[in-house]
Ligand binder design. Sequence first.
Ligand code: AMP
Ligand code: MG
Length: 313
Amino acid sequence: MVHKPATQIIFDDANTILKSGKVIGLPTDTVYGLAADARSDLAVAEIYALKSRPSFNPLIIHVQDLQQAQRYGEFNAEAIRLAQHFWTPSKTASALTIVVPYKKDSGISSLALAGLDTIALRVPNHTLALKVLSQFNGPLAAPSANPSNCLSPTTAEHVRTAFPGLPILDGGTCTIGIESTIVWCKDDGVLLLRPGIVTQEDLKVIVPVQKFIPGQDDAPQAPGSLKKHYAPKTPMVINMTKPLPGDVYIGFGPDYPSSMNLSETGDLKEAAGNLFRYLHTADTQNKQRIAIAPIPDSGIGQAINDRLSRGIK
Ligand code: AMP
Ligand code: MG
């Protein structure tokens, strides 16, 4: 018989646990999620409790496809264009969450929506996650599987360490490695709420999009726009061209080398994929400080710098 660690579950268990209203650790293309039935207040409450997440922070609802998403959200023409373009499994850059008006009384727990009249929907581009969604045949609330304010998890091991005893479906290392880009499709235009692997330039090819400026719009509460988030326990500094004594150094490209280099060739996509994994590793080295090399602030670099700037204590 194959030995299986107590918390590691197989595909068939996942559906049984979800149907019983409990939470599982679920791999997606971006990061691991804490997934539970989005229609059940109790199941959703367990997610908030596990993460110690403030109840005003809404959860992303994961669905199989645009058709299922439209059961819960009102998609205007721009939202449909974005979904058709980015929620296609063959696309590599598909990590896009779309916020649209919530279809009242369509069954999502109001706790998951934090009482808002909008809903954030996403189709993960991950074979195992899509299989789970298809077998479960319902919407799954799935925020990142980390305690609030801590680093996002990109391996099953990260989830196991943060939530001992939680049933986890192990899908290996997440390929994208940072959370999805979030856009808000309003009647008067599309706003970029959180940068990610899908960049503003990628979005602009499909629809006009403005960057959301916190405090300048009536945006719903979004931890993605809170100042402090994603922080390692060790103090962190950014834009360091070289380490100082006592630092663990995370390098970038040929100009800022290190044994932990986000991308030796300076590839921003590769760097985004390694970011949280390296931060997790650096955080366990009991050094005084984590120092990070400068990262160009263009394209995917904006998503990386967004996460890093909010990790500084
Ligand atoms: P996480 O799943 O941990 O990556 O966090 C989910 C992100 O989606 C947070 O930044 C939420 O605030 C954001 N979010 C979820 N629902 C909404 C919504 N209806 N409007 C705006 N942002 C949302
Ligand atoms: Mg998160």
